[in-house]
Design a binder for this molecule. Structure first.
Ligand code: SF4
Length: 233
């Protein structure tokens, strides 16, 4: 098929494996979730690139969509600054959660599972305790632990919706460029997946994005727990 013929058939650009097709599909999933769950669904946002795409998709459907974020004292100051910029830029209807428990500064290295449980999992439980569903920016090409998720999952009475599950890293950056979404400054330094400062490292471009997380620990390339544990216990 030559370009002239293609241009007469715009439907081709909306097929399942094209970016436009993925955008259309993600919007439909988010729209259905908002219609079904109303105020009982919120978007989770870590202010990484994938979260920002999901937030942007949801804002197109409901400009005052409810969003929550979980922050920790170990997040880089640039993430706090970027968060504040994005709240203002998109007028986000956002609630912030942070553990009140103090943790030792060495805990990320000595016991990252415990650190993530205190600083990430418990505050996320608090964030979702009155919700029926949450919308996440999880993608199945991010890393070895993310291959088997479903677009819609249910765990312990909480539905999780993953509207960009089959998007690639390139899809994310294309979307960010097309919609002119401001970018967290750490991506310009070479990072590909952002988390807390002690547990986030740069990696080569040929490794899965999450391989830079928790390097040197048993959790390397893995999960903080919010996607693997039941949050409604
Ligand atoms: S990512 Fe690291 S610093 Fe952040 S909560 Fe988990 S172990 Fe602690």
């Amino acid at each position: 098929m030559n370009l002239a013929t293609k241009n007469k058939n715009p439907e081709i650009y909306f097929q399942e494996n094209t970016l436009l097709g993925k955008i259309k599909h993600a919007r439909e999933i988010i729209s259905d979730a908002i219609e079904e769950y109303g105020d009982k669904v919120q978007v989770a946002c870590s202010f990484g690139k994938d979260s920002m795409v999901v937030v942007h998709l949801a804002l197109q459907i409901k400009p005052d969509v409810k969003i929550f974020t979980v922050v920790t004292p170990f997040k880089p100051k640039e993430t706090f600054e970027y968060k504040d910029q994005m709240i203002q830029h998109y007028n986000l209807n956002l609630v912030e959660f942070m553990s009140k428990e103090k943790v030792d500064k060495n805990l990320p290295k000595t016991n990252p599972d415990k650190c993530c449980r205190i600083l990430k999992v418990e505050p996320t439980k608090e964030a979702v305790k009155n919700l029926d569903a949450w919308i996440c920016g999880l993608r199945n090409t991010e890393g070895r632990t993310r291959k088997n998720y479903q677009e819609v999952e249910e765990k312990g009475g909480l539905v999780k919706i993953n509207p960009i599950l089959n998007w690639t890293e390139l899809d994310i950056w294309r979307y960010m460029a097309i919609y002119n979404i401001p970018i967290h400054p750490f991506y310009a330094k070479g990072y590909r997946s952002l988390g807390c400062e002690p547990c986030t490292n740069m990696i080569s471009d040929i490794e899965p994005e999450r391989e830079g997380r928790w390097i040197g620990t048993s959790k390397c390339g893995g999960e903080c727990g919010i996607h693997t544990m039941s949050l409604k216990q």
